[in-house]
Write a protein that binds this ligand. Structure first.
Ligand SMILES: Cc1cc2nc3c(=O)[nH]c(=O)nc-3n(C[C@H](O)[C@H](O)[C@H](O)COP(=O)(O)OP(=O)(O)OC[C@H]3O[C@@H](n4cnc5c(N)ncnc54)[C@H](O)[C@@H]3O)c2cc1C
Length: 228
């Protein structure tokens, strides 16, 4: 009998689990190792004294990735998407609550007297993010890299006008676009999910922010985790 090829996946976050399912579908024999006592990675739960706390994600920012995943694995998603508007709220020092609305006019209204020409700045910022996303998503992010050289050779193909972004932290980039403390905190908040990196991978962060505003759904990712 022909033996399946074996694959060992280190880490059972959503990335490891979904990669594993895709490989199983292709006929590989997949084994996972996980250093934590339970699967899920950042998408996880802490249970204490009868309370359950979600440790990470709560909404889908890239719903189409899950649709592709379900298609590749020949399964149907065990949930449906529901659009959220506002996406979330941010409470700054309990003084003012900001809502992340999809409607830019509604969003901008909250920054009156806080950030001059907010609407224009925000639209410019989104446009810039969209350009970077379009330039990098298929070319860089959706590719597999076996060596550092492979990665560098791919980066070289990206329009050189984006090179300076590689040397700026996400917060530095936000500071160039918005002058108020409030706007800077609110629009850089998302990068804290990827913290620790000083030079944050700007492509991922900008994609995330852009897609956050275009996103189409919510369902706790926990559901996916359980079903997987
Ligand atoms: C507070 C918070 C909120 C977020 N909100 C959202 C959201 O709303 N929407 C969204 O789309 N994303 C959100 N994210 C981001 C999302 O959670 C992550 O992008 C995603 O869970 C990362 O999955 P991953 O598999 O790439 O990595 P991880 O989840 O980090 O998984 C890596 C796994 O590998 C294990 N591991 C590491 N090293 C080893 C080793 N040497 N041996 C064995 N195992 C190892 C770890 O224990 C872990 O289980 C949020 C993140 C946080 C922290």
């Amino acid at each position: 009998m022909k033996k399946n090829k074996k694959v060992l996946i280190v880490g059972t976050g959503i990335g490891g689990l979904t990669a594993g399912l895709r490989l199983v579908k292709k006929g590989y024999d997949v084994e996972f190792v996980e250093k934590y006592f339970q699967a899920g990675g950042r998408l996880n739960q802490i249970k204490k004294e009868g309370f359950v706390f979600d440790t990470g994600p709560s909404f889908f920012t890239m719903s189409y990735v899950f649709k592709d995943f379900a298609k590749d694995c020949g399964i149907s998603l065990p949930f449906s998407y529901e659009e959220l508007d506002p996406l979330y709220s941010i409470n700054l020092d309990n003084k003012k609550v900001f809502y992340i609305y999809k409607d830019i006019k509604k969003l901008s209204k909250q920054f009156e007297n806080i950030e001059e020409s907010f609407e224009k700045k925000f639209i410019d910022y989104l446009k810039k993010s969209e350009d970077i996303f379009n330039e990098t998503f298929n070319k860089v992010i959706q590719k597999n890299y076996n060596t550092l050289l492979d990665y560098i050779l791919t980066l070289i193909k990206v329009n050189p006008r984006y090179i300076p972004y590689l040397f700026r932290s996400f917060y530095d980039e936000i500071k160039r676009n918005f002058s108020s403390e409030e706007a800077r905190i609110i629009f850089s908040l998302i990068s804290s999910f990827w913290a620790k990196l000083l030079l944050i991978q700007w492509q991922f962060i900008l994609c995330f922010l852009m897609l956050s505003l275009k996103m189409t759904g919510i369902i706790l990712l926990r559901v996916v985790c359980i079903k997987l």
